[in-house]
Write a protein that binds this ligand. Sequence first.
Ligand SMILES: Nc1ncnc2c1ncn2[C@@H]1O[C@H](COP(=O)(O)OP(=O)(O)O)[C@@H](O)[C@H]1O
Ligand SMILES: [Mg+2]
Length: 316
Amino acid sequence: MSFMVIQDLKVHYPVRGGIFNQVVDTIRAVDGISMEFESGKAYGLVGESGCGKSTTGRAIIGLEKITSGRVIYEGVNVTNKRTKRKSSFNRDVQMIFQDAHSSLNPRKRVRDIIAEPIQNFLKLSLKEEERKISELLEIVGMPEDAKYKYPHEFSGGQKQRLGIARAIATNPKLIIADEPVSALDLSVQAQILNFMKDIQREFGLSYLFISHDLGVVKHMCDYISIMYKGRFVESGTKNDIYNNPQHIYTKRLLSAIPQVTPIGRERRKRERIKIENYYQEQYKNYFDENERVLDLIPISNTHHVAATLPMQKGGI
Ligand SMILES: Nc1ncnc2c1ncn2[C@@H]1O[C@H](COP(=O)(O)OP(=O)(O)O)[C@@H](O)[C@H]1O
Ligand SMILES: [Mg+2]
């Protein structure tokens, strides 16, 4: 049973110009996507920079105005409802960001940063609040004395741990994680990802895990949607996407994963050009005349793929 449903979500931005500053164009950052979230599952949103991943996450949680479509949380329409501060949706859905530094108030001590959601949503005495903050720091592997320090006193990985402590303070159901490890060194990335998996299991969390990195998404997610120009080209289980990719764009993304095979640079370049030419030739079958992704159709219970135009279907 899904606890949250996203129906045909669109976020469009007007582009103004001309001498009258009129609306001259529309950026279709998110252009009609649907999702269902089940408890304890991790959902991956993957695609190249600018395809609309962050806008999707921000729109769901209410940081970006939804142009059309709906967000239904536990049967309640919460579309564009972030302003109702103390609702269960605001308590149950939390977000962590790529840039932990700018999402932690630099003027506040760690203690007060973590106390904020606790004070907003949990009715605790001062003593209980203090204990809760200590407990959260322990969960994320930070020392007790971190409480009285400021964000700038910590490394990138530690700051991300503090961001996670704040996000889990209200015992949320879903954490939207927008590129949470992209700014970190590789070894720290692995630590944070494994830690996020641990707390997912421990607290029965769901994730909407946003990343441009297919390797990271593969490591973290049960279900994956591939995004291109504000639309999904393909959605499915990890197995569907990695072992049975259907859409040409998915195949292209997967083929871009760096290979460790020791082939020569020249040969790799020649092969890359061959592959690019092939994709360019095939692409016209997969998008409409405006390069808009066609609607998804189910090919199994779990696997959905954007349709192709009625021409021959490509394969590689
Ligand atoms: N506030 C905004 N006003 C206008 N365009 C925006 C705004 N925010 C994002 N965009 C545009 O929407 C598209 C999707 O952006 P974004 O969701 O940040 O992509 P991603 O996270 O996948 O890199 C981009 O073309 C971006 O320039
Ligand atoms: Mg982004």
